[in-house]
Ligand binder design. Structure first.
Ligand SMILES: C[S@@+](CC[C@H](N)C(=O)[O-])C[C@H]1O[C@@H](n2cnc3c(N)ncnc32)[C@H](O)[C@@H]1O
Length: 254
């Protein structure tokens, strides 16, 4: 995952698990932990809106004004805060949904690797009937709740277990924003997506800015490009000069 980080965000990497555990165990109940996480998120993020591909909604993210943009990563008390960045793949995917609301309207939608919850939020704004945000980082679930509240939306159902490899649920649509950054993850995702498609006819949309792990993966030649977006200047600067991000459909003939 580190390869995905930008020079600025590389500093966010977290290593000292001892600190993490002592911090988390200050609260024993689930609601107390969630309140503690919420307070840390509110204290260490800024509301960002206009600078992304989806100015229609706001998100709480790390910005250069935030302490942990440049702070020693070991001082961040939880797992790597990938939810604190709105990744270019997720931006393109969310933009595509907002431009094509019929894709989500009335559908059951899973945003897998939901991070800040942006694509789940876009699906909700498009009138999805039921949205599930899944991220193995429990802090991402709290961030998703906060970001939904920020936009006057009911939070989606947030799942924090690893669903890849588990028996597929009957979602109409699975969203994957910037999830092809690691070869092993991409490969396990690929076979699980095949199960979802074969068992329920699920439609799969992928947002990716052209990362090597995505371009070189065997799933890539099975995808159909639906849209490409130029990234805003600030997003380019934060992402090693990536200039655009695309949306792909994976739905091999049933
Ligand atoms: C690069 S971020 C993308 C976040 C968001 N989709 C976006 O585009 O802004 C990848 C996210 O996937 C999550 N993740 C990694 N492995 C996962 C898994 N097996 N199941 C669910 N989420 C996972 C990470 O915690 C992280 O939040």
């Amino acid at each position: 995952m580190l390869g995905l980080l930008t020079p600025q965000t590389r500093n966010i990497k977290v290593f000292i698990k001892a600190f993490k555990h002592t911090s988390i165990h200050r609260c024993s109940s689930v609601s107390c932990q969630s309140e503690y996480i919420r307070s840390i998120i509110l204290e260490n993020t800024e509301i960002v809106g206009e600078q992304s591909l989806t100015p229609e909604f706001k998100l709480r993210l790390f910005t250069p004004n935030c302490r942990f943009w440049s702070e020693k990563p070991e001082l961040w008390p939880f797992d790597d805060p990938y939810w604190a960045i709105y990744w270019p793949g997720g931006q393109a995917l969310s933009r595509y949904l907002l431009d094509n609301p019929a894709v989500c309207r009335g559908k059951t939608v899973l945003d897998l690797g939901s991070g800040c919850g942006a694509s789940a939020i876009a699906a909700k704004l498009c009138g999805a009937a039921h949205v599930v945000a899944n991220d193995i980082d429990t802090v991402a679930a709290v961030a998703t709740h906060i970001n939904c509240e920020l936009n006057g939306l009911e939070p989606p159902v947030c799942l924090t277990n690893n669903v890849i490899g588990s028996p597929p649920k009957g979602f109409d649509l699975i969203l994957l924003g910037d999830m092809f950054y690691d070869e092993a993850l991409a490969t396990s995702l690929h076979s699980w997506l095949d199960h979802c498609i074969n068992s329920h006819g699920t439609k799969v949309l992928i947002g990716d800015p052209g990362r090597a792990q995505f371009e070189e993966h065997r799933i890539r030649r099975l995808l159909r490009q639906l849209a490409q977006f130029e990234l805003p200047e600030s997003v380019r600067e934060e992402n090693y000069g990536l200039t655009c991000s695309s949306v792909w459909c994976y739905r091999p003939e049933l």
